[in-house]
Design a protein around this ligand. Sequence first.
Ligand code: EPZ
Length: 443
Amino acid sequence: MDKFHIKGGRPLEGRVQISGAKNSALPCMAAALLTPETVILHNIPYVRDIITQRRLLEDIGATVLMPELRTHKITASHIELFEAPYELVKTMRASVLALGPLLARFGKARVSLPGGCAIGTRPIDLHLAGFQHLGATVRLESGDVVARAPRGGRLRGAEIKFDKVTVTGTENLMMAATLAKGTTVLRGAACEPEIADLAELLNSMGARVRGAGTPTITIEGVEALGGAEHTIIPDRIETGTFIVAAAITRGDLEIKGCHPEHSGALIAKLREVGVEIVEVNQSTVHVSCCPNGLRSRDVVTEPYPNFPTDMQAQYMALMTQAEGRSVISETIFENRFMHASEMQRMGARIQIEGHNAIVEGISPLTGARVQASDLRASASLVLAGLAAQGETIIDRVYHIDRGYEKIEDKLKQVGARIERLRDSVTASLQMPRGVEGMAAEVA
Ligand code: EPZ
């Protein structure tokens, strides 16, 4: 397994380009299953989860061409398999996003029930209850979810009220409802920008989705959907990660190709703690840190438009460098503090009490060997390593490769001393490591 070797203590300075949003590209790729015509997606990020999603679509029978690295042309005209196998689902939970499109278009779907992951049990009961509201029968069979549309093969529009905000649940049901007979109303829907991005693609395919980005989404079912061309929005979590990278290294970064308005709550909080963030225009922010040092501030993670759980670990790294005590409350996932113990190995003073992490700053960080546990935890350890004095080795960086495109190259371009240490085993097996593996697979 590849590792990162980081020599910390140097401010990051220069310009970094943000990639497309993984969490929008994944549902948009699944949406291509809703039509036999070709869906062209641009600005697809060059990360491992996209490889997995591409393999899933190809296993199902779709063809995926990549005329260039960040463009996918997906044609699901001859689908032979209506299932997402365990091998793929266990490596990427977002494979469940195949459920809604397959059920809507073919009246049947079989998807391995995703197990939990490092950050929590992550059930999909709200997805399945929603499909039942749309008239489907849903049963569990040897670890797989088997869903069938009612006789006649077509789902029926319904009113669905989510007991809890679920991002992929909203996406799965929005996609399923596009081909249902009649109108569906989703109440308590997630409002993340990725939902609105998916709705924009669906509507360009001929769907009739209204209200995406608000808690109430109305979908008027249509008989069939066609092809479309769409550009994925920039990744707001990568944007936030680089803003924190500039702040924690006392650097000065120009972050390009982003959508600052998708990071409103994060930017507001970082300004509160003393980070200078200037929105240069709709696609660039200029970040410089904090002539008067960093101030500690509490934060609570909540569904969009509030502070995102996917930025909690990165914010915790920053708070170790802020004067005073801060309380970080994680309300979305039950086990999303695993980065804390690794940061403690670097000298951070963090106390975990249930859903709260109490951070005492300023704790000078020193380099150490640490281990990544999940995608955003690994990003926070990179940030801590960049801020620390001395050398840090981060193990299991395949976690970070899932959701950050060439992060070590982007960081090096702005002055970071970071190297990827290839694991000889991986190299010898020629397995698609990180993003290089994708280059080898590009058609
Ligand atoms: C999406 O996961 C993102 N993944 C996650 O990003 C993100 O952390 C999460 O939304 C919250 O914003 C993708 O979009 C691919 P949820 P998702 O359904 O949809 C509970 C990253 O780092 N719940 O919104 O799986 C669930 O357990 C990843 O990029 C149910 O109880 O999250 C959690 O406590 C990590 N039943 C809460 O709701 C359900 O049926 C929010 O989960 C579904 C969810």
